[in-house]
Ligand binder design. Structure first.
Ligand SMILES: Cc1ncc(COP(=O)(O)O)c(C=O)c1O
Length: 376
């Protein structure tokens, strides 16, 4: 499968690209989409919005299909932060149910937003400190009748650790809390089925594991929609969007979480990568990912390089984070050797379906050389 896919991704021609948890490779099918966009601008007519809105809706529905949700359950916007703010704006944080339980392994935007909602009464409870993995026992204990929302990542951006979602969803629902999952670091590399997991909100984005650019998405459990009324909103969330008449109500589907005028190009480009991955199938992607990350772990152990996150397959996402001294400098040294990864307190090595085991070996050879030559 990998060899049949590789020609779709130009970036693979000039480097070993193991950076998909930061910015995924974009398929060459994006080029005609860009050209078409430019041609549209050159012959501009406002009527093109009908087609663009169709494309945006089709991308949302394709994401929904990819994660097991029905049509209309996913809305798109520029980034996760915007969409999380819209979720947060649905609630009134009246005590005693005003707590938001989260973890120490969130992407920084998550606590930043919840602290801002402290102004409206949200009480943030961050569970865990320092450890590379999640403390599900502590999380379970801290989720109680005062909990309004449990907001957790599916996998940590910093260590690659995955959380036990079924366990936390059960605990949250047992006490009447809702669950928001930031799945940016898993959707596209780890199977994610919204129906099986019974999650309430799922956030994710295109530009990492989904081989797209510049668009994020939000899934909302359809039966919750009628009761959810975001205060951070805009005219595209209304039931009369683009009619230029005032809406009498919010849209009935997940588009009630939309804002102002959307930018269609990022969804149009991202559709190309999503369709490629959907054609491969997420189980095949996960199987290949585990083979590659197993290889990284094996090579790292042999070279005496510690892994930061969990090593058992069920507890790790698509990335392996390695503890190397002077990591930022090591990352730059590797880039000079055309070996591309990222550094966030650990060296993040992130193979995708388009990477080969030979590339993983070439990367680990280069890493060992880099560490030896720098005397690290
Ligand atoms: C887990 C996670 N959440 C969110 C984001 C990004 O959030 P936003 O789209 O608001 O920039 C990232 C990385 O960019 C991430 O790794």
């Amino acid at each position: 499968m990998t060899s049949r896919l590789r020609h779709h991704f130009p970036v693979l021609e000039n480097c070993v690209y193991l950076n998909s948890n930061s910015t995924g490779a974009v398929p060459r099918g994006a080029e005609p989409v860009l050209r078409r966009y430019w041609e549209t601008l050159c012959a501009w007519r406002d009527d093109v919005w009908d087609e663009w809105l169709g494309d945006l809706r089709a991308y949302g529905d394709a994401v929904a299909r990819f994660i097991g949700g029905p049509p209309g359950s996913v809305v798109t916007d520029a980034n996760v932060s915007t969409l999380l703010g819209r979720i947060a704006s649905c609630f009134d944080y009246r005590p005693p149910r005003n707590r938001v339980v989260t973890t120490h392994l969130e992407f920084p935007t998550v606590p930043f937003i919840w602290r801002a909602f402290g102004r409206y009464g949200a009480r943030l409870d961050v569970v865990g400190a320092d450890a590379p993995g999640f403390d599900e026992d502590a999380l379970e204990r801290r989720i109680d009748e005062r909990t309004l929302l449990v907001c957790v990542p599916h996998a940590s951006y910093a260590t690659g650790a995955m959380i036990d979602l079924p366990r936390l969803v059960k605990r949250a629902h047992d006490v009447g809390a809702l669950v928001v999952v930031d799945a940016f670091q898993t959707i596209g590399t780890v199977p994610f089925d919204v129906a099986a997991l019974d999650v309430d909100f799922v956030l994710g984005g295109a530009h990492k594991w989904l081989c797209g650019v510049g668009t994020a998405f939000l899934y909302v459990r359809p039966d919750l929609l009628p009761a959810l009324r975001p205060a951070a909103t805009g005219w595209f969330a209304g039931d009369a969007a683009l009619t230029f008449r005032p809406s009498s109500d919010l849209a009935g589907d997940a588009r009630r979480f939309a804002g102002g005028t959307p930018f269609p190009l990022s969804a149009q480009i991202s559709r190309v990568g999503l369709d490629l991955l959907a054609g491969v199938g997420i189980d095949t992607i996960r199987e290949h990912s585990l083979k590659c990350t197993d290889r990284i772990l094996h090579r790292a152990a042999a070279a005496g390089i510690p892994a930061l996150g969990p090593t058992t397959p069920a507890q790790r996402g698509g990335v392996i984070c390695l503890a190397v001294p002077d990591g930022e400098a090591v990352k730059r040294g590797l880039a000079r050797r055309q070996m591309i990864c990222s550094w966030r307190g650990g060296l993040r090595v992130a193979p995708h379906i388009y990477n080969t085991i030979d590339e993983v070996d070439a990367f680990m050879d280069a890493l060992e050389l880099e560490l030896q030559q720098a005397g690290r």
